[in-house]
Design a protein around this ligand. Structure first.
Ligand SMILES: [Fe+2]
Length: 192
């Protein structure tokens, strides 16, 4: 079954994110959905045609994780935006963050700093289902560095397309705007 791009038009009007930037970002996301479908269809056709084991199949198979994660991570990113950034300090997420990082402030500082790392990719707060522990990760591009089996809780896109239209090279200002628009209710809902 083919994947369908979701509509995140509700995010237009978010403070600190221009309509131009968001519309460009939605178009880019739709490209990942289209390409995920294309890659999966082509791989399936190649398998039916007995082409498993060819270099062409292997290269496309390598590509699948990149396209698929480009699709899914954007969905998780857009879905953890659109809030007013107000955080329920007495909630279960706050309690868990404080337990695992010492304080909410310590976690936030670390997460923002990871988002500032040079290169393109994502800062992701993951929960390890084996121990329940929350861990911040840097993901290179879309596919490098994901912890196997862990659950993504909060996703920050730090590819240049996510901020350059509005902020140029000022990534920290974009991260500030991101924090003002986090939908904490959605984020907390991902906690297990
Ligand atoms: Fe993006």
């Amino acid at each position: 079954m083919a994947y369908t791009a979701k509509d995140y038009g509700n995010l237009i009007g978010m403070e600190g994110f221009s309509e131009t930037l968001l519309k460009n970002h939605f178009t880019l996301y739709q490209g990942y959905v289209t390409n995920t479908n294309k890659v999966m269809d082509t791989l399936s056709e190649m398998a039916k045609g007995g082409k498993i084991g060819t270099p062409e199949y292997a290269e496309l198979k390598r590509r699948l994780g990149w396209e698929f994660n480009g699709m899914r991570l954007h969905e998780l990113y857009f879905e953890n935006l659109g809030g007013k950034g107000s955080f329920e300090k007495a909630g279960k997420l706050s309690k868990k963050i404080s337990e695992d990082f010492g304080s909410f402030e310590a976690w936030e500082k670390e997460f923002r700093t990871i988002g500032m790392m040079r290169g393109i990719g994502w800062a992701i707060l993951y929960q390890d289902p084996v121990t329940g522990r929350l861990i911040n990760f840097w993901i290179n591009e879309h596919d490098g560095g994901h912890p196997a089996g862990c659950n993504p809780i909060l996703i920050l896109d730090v590819f240049e397309h996510a901020f350059m239209i509005d902020y140029g090279l000022k990534r920290a200002d974009y991260i500030e705007a991101f924090f003002k628009n986090i939908n904490w209710k959605a984020v907390e809902g991902r906690l297990r």
